[in-house]
Each structure stands twice: as structure tokens, then as C-alpha cells.
Design a protein around this ligand. Sequence first.
Ligand code: HEM
Length: 529
Amino acid sequence: MELLAANFHSFINTALPLIKAPVICTILAVVGGVLGYFYGPYWGVRKVPGPPALPLLGHLPLLAKHGPDVFSVLANRYGPIFRFHMGRQPLVIVADPELCKEVGIKKFKYISNRSIPSPIASSPLHQKGLFFTKDSRWSTMRNTILSVYQPSHLAKLVPTMQEFIESATQNLDTKQDLTFSDLSLKLATDVIGQAAFGVDFGLSKPKLEKVCAKQEDDQVQEFINQHIYSTSQLKMDLSGSLSIILGLLIPILQEPFRQILKRIRGTMDWKVDRTNQNLSSRLDQIVEKRMKEKERGSKDFLSLILNARESEAASKNVFTSDYVSAVTYEHLLAGSATTSFTLSCIIYLVSGHPNVEKKILEEIDLFGPRDKIPNAHDLQNKFPYLDQVIKEAMRFYTVSPLVARETSAEVNIGGYALPKGTWVWLALGVLAKDPKNFPEPEKFKPERFDPNGEEEKRRHPYANIPFGIGPRACIGQKFSLQEIKLSMIHLYRNYIFRLSPKMENPLEFNYGIVLNFRHGVKVQVIKRE
Ligand code: HEM
């Protein structure tokens, strides 16, 4: 027994150091790897000021506490450039017009791509659109799309837009509350459906007038429901699917977990995946059919892209059919929610400001009789007060309060050297509420954008940039402004609106990739004689 004990001791004394060394090395390597994984992105930008961040969660608790106002709170505390940790990922937030100019224009060649946030990382359909493509693929795609966005093409869309607007808003019910934001989403989706695919979804037509067969109607409705579901699941906080939450906290686990979860019936990942697959296959069918058409004409975005693609070798290689589907879908996505949100905000704000409403009615009535339809030139030049109202409403409620960009080389911004791969986000929503550029920012005052006014002359030219900035700014800006103005002119020629007593005050929002109403904008409709 004693011999056994002695042997055991001598074994421990000689073998343990040999075993210990590799074990300790392994533990150290694992700890180093974990620390490097979680703190590596932080290390590169540690000199940029910001509040202390919790491991894993980063500053998400601050987002939960303040909502999106968190960025204004942090800008007040830390200045125009600061760090915000979305889970493990630090964002360098830029909240100053001059610095936005530096990022978006002056140093664009080092910051021309977008970072891909976790909700998009799990959605291949969204990644292949113009918004998230990178480098030379992006520039080829953007040039091709720009070529089909000529003012002459936009001008030709006026009658189509007008037709949808008239049919959506004829005989609005004056006896009960109208959820205007639902109506405007249907209208914007119909307009962009026609402009993007050449397809009439028929959503905004009054029910009795719908001519399509019941089955076709159901299919359209299902497509749109899927589109809305797929969009509203792109959450930026911790209320998204499990894989999106993991993407925020431990990105390396997002894709493996998504692959597993999408196979488990009933999980949110399963639903999102099914929806995306359905949407993709429907879009692929539309694209495939249109590709085969010899005489496809040039009336809609999809046909124009396909025509441009066939005439240029560079575009053909870049615009494979999956990318064509993605950019066409992206138009539906980017063009409907944003435009509809903006139009609803205008109706909401004007309803609560009779002095603004009075000036709008005067300007619109002065243009001419109700059946005189403005053309593209009229829209641009004859409604200066509407321009001010739209700008002010977009400042007041910025639909896209953050714009995502990423550095492709080391670059100095605001005195900080930011390494390659840094996520730089422009805080358009913070700029829009900065009292230096917008005195009394919580007041709705369209006159602040009067080109002859002192406030407008004094303001930094990039203080109000709801469509973004530089070569990567919104491609649909003119399209949506044309639609919004035409809608306002038609609406205010025929109606005025008052807020429903059922409306919450202040307005409440959901925060996804873009802002959305939590309960909708509800109004009472009054017909003008
Ligand atoms: C009120 C309406 C809209 C607002 C406020 C808005 C806002 C924005 C913003 C802030 C960006 C990012 C710009 C940047 O990085 O500097 C953007 C990009 C984009 N928007 Fe819009 N948008 C609107 C309507 C539309 C419409 C109608 C379309 C399509 C017809 C559209 C298509 C796009 C696309 C494709 C991009 C990506 C551009 C790129 O990365 O090259 N948007 N939009």
C-alpha cells in the first residue's frame, strides 16, 4: 500500500508539470481569444469618448432606458463624435454636420461601404440590394440604377402616381376615424409596385372597385403581408428573432444558430426564413418572366434595369437575376415604408397646426382649379411653402435617424484615427434636433426653412439631411418628394384633417431599420366644399 502511495506521489510530481503546461497554455489561449473577440473591435476605437460599456450587452441597456433619444443624450455628454456599443460591436456615432460632410463627402473613398447590422446579416435577400452591396459592385449597380432615374422618367410617372392617389383618396369616410398611416402605406406600396414592377397591387383601391379576381387579390394581399412581416422583423433592439439577438451579442454564433433555428418549426427564425424564401421565389418568377419578354417596354424600374443590363457588359455581370430581384424588392421596401411614414407625419403635424394648414390651402388653391394636375416642373417650382412643410416634418420625425457606413482603410475623423472596418454611423436624427441649427427644435415651424429667412441662411448646409449625404445618399429622394407633394396637393384640395381623440400624445414609435408608428396616425376627415 505504501509502495503504491509512493509511486502515485512520484507520478504526480513528474507528470503534472508536463500536463499543466499545455492545459494552462490552452486556457490562456481560450481566454485571450475570448477577450480578443469581445474587446478587439473596442480596442481600435478606445480613444473615441463614450460611456463605460457592459460586457456582451454594451450600451443596449442605455438604449432600453432612453429609447432612440439616447444618441442626443450621449452627444450632449460626449460631444459630436462618440462611441456607442451595440452589444459587442462599437459604433462611432457622428452627430455634427461638418463631420458628416467629412464622412459622407470629403473622405468618401475610405468610407464608401455600409456596415451590415445583425438583422440584415441574417437576410440574404436584403444584402443583395444596392443598400448593402460593396465596392465596385455597388458603383456599377448604382450607375446603372441612376441611369434609369433620369428626371424625364420621373416626370413620366406623374400621371401614374396621380391616378393611384385619386383612386385611394376618393370618398374618404368623414363619419368615422381614418387610420391615415394604413391608407398611406397601401398607397405608397401601390405606387412603388407600379413603378418598380409594373404591377398593380390594387391595395389602395376602394373595395367595390377592385377588379381582380378573388384568388389574385388574395395572392397580392399575401405577398404584401409577407413583405410587411419581413420588414417589421428587422429589429435593431433585443426584440428581434433569436439569431438577430445573438448577432448583436455574439455575432460569431449568429449564422450557425440561424441555420439550426430556421429548421425548427414555429421559431421566429423559421417564420422569417420561410417568408424570405417565399418573397424571393415570387420575385424570381416576376424577374424571370420579364427577362423572357422581348417587348418589355420601359415603363417600370424592373424593365429599365433589364434593358440597361442587356446593353452593357459590365452591368450584365453584376446584375445576375438574384441581384435584379433584390434591387427590385429593395425598391418596394425602401420606397413604401419611408414615403408613407413621411406623408402620415405631415398629415399628423399639419392637423395640429391650423396656421400651417391655412398657408398650405392658400398655396394649393392659388395654383388653379381642382382638376388642374401639376406636372413635374410645377411640383418643383410652384409650391415653395409645401417644400418648407415637408422639410420641417422630415426634420421633426426623421424616418431614418441613423445611417450606417464602414471604413475600408484607416481614416482620421474628428481627430481620431479609425482603423479599417470601423462602423461609422451618421446620426441624422441628432442633427435634426440640434438647437444650434434649429432654435426651439421641439416646435414645428416650416418657416424655419424659408430660403429668405435668417435661420435658413445661418444654418449649416448639412444640418438637415433626411435623405443622407454624398455619393451614397438616397437614390429615391426625387421620386418620393414627387409622390408626397402630389398626394398633399390632391388631399388638401379635397379635405382637411383633425387629430382623432383616440390618438396618443406624444406619438409613439417602433424602431426597426426605419421608424414606424406604434399605433398608427388616426384622423377625422372633413370634406372641403
Ligand atoms: C421619405 C422617403 C425616403 C427617405 C427619408 C429615405 C432615406 C434614405 C436614407 C437616409 C438613405 C441612406 C443614405 C446615406 O447613406 O447617406 C437611403 C438610401 C437609399 N434609399 Fe431612400 N429614402 C426614402 C425613399 C426612398 C425611395 C422612394 C426609394 C426607391 C424608390 C429609396 C431607395 C433607397 C436606396 C436604394 C438607398 C441606398 C442607396 C445606396 O446605398 O447607394 N428611398 N434612403
